[in-house]
Design a binder for this molecule. Structure first.
Ligand SMILES: Cc1cc2nc3c(=O)[nH]c(=O)nc-3n(C[C@H](O)[C@H](O)[C@H](O)COP(=O)(O)O)c2cc1C
Length: 193
């Protein structure tokens, strides 16, 4: 099986964990993640930094075949559900927008995003892939998992093993093989000295 590599075209060499990471939609439908792998992914999220170490993030994680996976998948918008159902693990990322002292947590989304970034790098290390999704019904997810203010679902994270290039679903071939693009560095970086 040829696992697709879509290595980033970088101005300087990057660590393989960063350069090889990409977000597939085509997942091996019978691949499973182990309990240990799931724990490692959640530990990576747990140990990410956060403003004042407030850790304004919570997670619901379900492996394929479990009711939790099915309930997260049911909240995902149709255009994402077609591929997300095959993910070995679905993780709902929940943000805590207001702290216990009643003050808004200005960096809450940032801190959740950073923890998912760490999860993604750990996934890459484990030979897994991640695709994040904003395309889901956050209200339905809140109802499905009893998430109440100040907590709110913000993202769904699909984790799995990318399908071999030759096994790509026809409807995903174009999207999962299109050139990966980024703003040029000189546009991204306003100033450097
Ligand atoms: C917060 C967030 C929300 C996203 N939402 C979706 C989504 O709803 N559906 C989807 O197919 N991809 C989604 N993506 C994936 C991005 O489109 C993808 O990461 C981006 O195109 C860059 O591709 P790469 O990760 O392969 O470099 C999302 C990514 C992030 C970080």
């Amino acid at each position: 099986m040829t696992t697709p590599s879509r290595r980033a075209d970088t101005a300087e060499p990057l660590h393989d964990l960063l350069a090889e990471r990409w977000s597939p939609r085509s997942y091996v439908a019978d691949h499973t993640v182990t309990e240990a792998e799931t724990t490692a992914l959640l530990e990576a999220a747990r140990w990410a930094p956060s403003a004042q170490n407030r850790q304004p993030r919570r997670f619901v994680a379900g492996r394929r075949g479990t009711e939790v996976h099915a309930r997260i998948a049911a909240c995902v918008l149709e255009r994402n559900r077609v591929w997300a159902l095959r993910a070995s693990l679905l993780v709902l990322g929940i943000v805590e927008r207001v702290g216990h002292d009643g003050a808004p947590q200005r960096f809450a989304e940032y801190d959740l995003g950073q923890s998912v970034a760490h999860l993604s790098v750990q996934a890459q290390h484990l030979g897994l892939h991640v695709r994040q999704m904003g395309g889901f019904d956050a209200e339905a997810a809140a109802a499905a998992f009893g998430v109440e203010a100040p907590y709110a679902p913000l993202v769904v994270v699909a984790v799995g093993r990318a399908t071999a290039v030759e096994d790509l679903e026809p409807e995903l071939v174009e999207r999962d093989t299109a050139p990966r693009q980024r703003l040029p560095l000189h546009e991204l970086v306003r100033q450097r000295a």
